[in-house]
Design a binder for this molecule. Sequence first.
Ligand SMILES: *Cc1c(COP(=O)(O)O)cnc(C)c1O
Length: 368
Amino acid sequence: MIPSIDLRRQYQAIKAEIDQAVARVLESGWFILGPEVSAFEEEFARFCGAGFGVGVGSGTEALHLALVACGVKPGDEVITVPNTAVATVAAIEAAGAVPVLVDIHPQSYTIDISKIETKITPRTAAILPVHLFGQAADMDTILALARDHGMKVIEDTCQAHGASYKGRRVGSLGDAGCFSFYPTKNLGAYGDGGMVVTNDAKIAERVRRLRNYGWQERDFSVVKGFNSRLDELQAAILRVKLKELEGWNQGRRQRAQRYDELLQGTGIITPCEMAYGQHVYHLYVVRTRHRKELKEFLKSHGVMTSIHYPIPVHLQPAYADLGLGPGSLPVAEEHASQILSLPIFPELPWEGVAKVASLIGEFYQHSP
Ligand SMILES: *Cc1c(COP(=O)(O)O)cnc(C)c1O
């Protein structure tokens, strides 16, 4: 049996340190906005090559608060993609803004930079590229367009902890980078969590207020805020895990490379690592015209797979009001019908990689 992800195996490997960190917080009696969160904010911002980090309640909240802190107002337009967690678009709407969806590049699966400019209007306040599956979007053009049109760039880095673009880590490239620490992410907590990283002290300060009732100091609200905080337990756990992140990402990259080699010539379309950066393979996503059959075949042999994401945001019932029907974003829609996420995690045994690949080879030999 090969699961798509195995979080228990990871915990077993670092159990002593995690248990110690948890005990330290429980014994301290300090659970919200304390020394663990401050230390983790500093450590994670440094990891990203950013000046500031502000811990928040989730990746969705990181996006929402970053948009507000960047000055995105109700009625503004924010450009993003349809092939993402619905959370990306939910965060834009939580800020009162209107999501404007752009189709994706057929190889990188990230925003198609050639299709952004025609969607810019006088109301476009920001571009929100998603570094999908662990790979950076092509940031140079995005940053140049933002500069030329006076727009902000908010990176959705929820799937790309440690990925790089032209030698720089994602999250530090735009005005703000928004991370999720949902348990399955490359850096995952044991609950919900998120962070905004930025090189702009003012944006950091605004997010800091917004996450805690708009307080400038205790019981003194200077803006209308929210309650969206990373807690001390999660921060202490994440500090332990952050030390492993580079090694884990390396483990993911090595397994992806092995899949690439073993799947060559089978007929399946493997992921493309763009020359401009380093992929961290949050997911290893292949494409096939026989997805349903392949998924079932793998399952019948004990290999679990998943689909990220089966329905693009614009075709979700909740987002029918975007007015984008089938056929409006053809590349994203075609991919949604073909993509399949194979098992990938740093502890995935090599025999597991080999087994998945050989099953795929077998499947293709017998499929039309
Ligand atoms: C996970 C994820 C989010 C949301 O993060 P949560 O912590 O679950 O709120 C947003 N965008 C992308 C691309 C994600 O993968």
